[in-house]
Ligand binder design. Sequence first.
Ligand SMILES: [Zn+2]
Ligand SMILES: [Zn+2]
Length: 441
Amino acid sequence: MAQDQIKSVQGTEDLLPGQWGHWRRLYGTAQRLFELYGYGQMRTPILEDARLFVKGTGETTDIVQKQMYSIPTGDPSMRSREAESIALRPEGTPSVVRSYLEHNLHKQEAFQKLYYVGPMFRHERPQKGRLRQFHQLGVEAIGSASPLLDAETVILAVDIFRQLGLKDFRVFLNSIGCAECRPRLRSEMRARLEAREGELCEDCRARLERNVFRVLDCKNERCRAVVAELPPMTEGLCDACKAHYADVRSALERSGVAHEEDPHLVRGLDYYTRTVYEIKHAGLGARDTICGGGRYDGLVELLGGPSMPCVGFAIGAEATILAMEAEAGPAADTTPRPSVYVVCFAEGARAECSALAQELRHAGVAADMDFQQRSPKAQMRAAGKLSAAVCLLLGPDELKRDEVSVRTMADGRQWNVPRASVVREVSALAKLKKGGGDAAE
Ligand SMILES: [Zn+2]
Ligand SMILES: [Zn+2]
């Protein structure tokens, strides 16, 4: 009896050879622009000590409370250094800061621009557009409080989306205050929300105690109605935060980056201070954020480093791919296709066909042949299906004369070429016929 076929884990996705078009374009564009703006690439492990996120991302966040994959290391041989549990990273920022401190980057040069790309993991309730393994591309600029830097990160993200050809996105901006004014903001907000506690959802009533700012993130209609009537957060900022926010906005205006204020934008993470922003795409429905970011001036210190102001963002790869599909349609198929197909007309010629294919590849021509012992007719059909521009035919006659038959597929012309010059002749032909414009990059 056939066994049950094992399927992929819920909330994860496979990417097949033909499906890389938008992905390659996104990764290529983002990495090129990250480096153009001076960001150096980091790769940190997917596995981290779970305490990094409990401390860094925040104990009261949904990410840590409900969504983080945490694996207890009860078996001492499994223990990674002193970690009692290891987590599959739910986001990138705490990892980058950990690595920055662990490798003493701040002692080499206090100001560092760093970027990362890779998968993140959150145990979310599965539903459309919500994955448990998803992918982010992010930057972190560590060691400066300059509002010009906040603006520069927004401009960088906007540049990436523009170069991807996206038009239908908007930038939303807010400031949520600093260590000085945030406690006051928090208590004022708690007082206002407690007065209307009966209108809030159960989760938000609990949030009033633990983390009142989280109420502003709630998707519940009734909660949103209450939040909409709160005064703008920027009204309660201290003078330094007000000035910082004004400088960020004027830097964006000078750069021609249109943005709107969202007076109740908070982002679902504990470490943000002052500037927070989101970039949303109109073609995505309810989960429309393609980039989220902001300033996190307290995080480095919280993770055991010196006081070090930072700002950064993460682009959601899957959401951005959906936005690219919404505006430009599906990407071109990225399945590799040979320009030249070597057709074997006799079993005795197979080794020579293989040698010929290798020579072509070494000359930079995409070449392939049959590996299924198919008949010459079936091989020709395969070549047509792969839309090869040229077929090279090798049989006993060709071998005897030390020649190869060349056939151009578009017009069916066929002629013989000496074996010694076939690679040179076909290279020119195949490049001519291939015509480019295959995979978007
Ligand atoms: Zn402040
Ligand atoms: Zn709520």
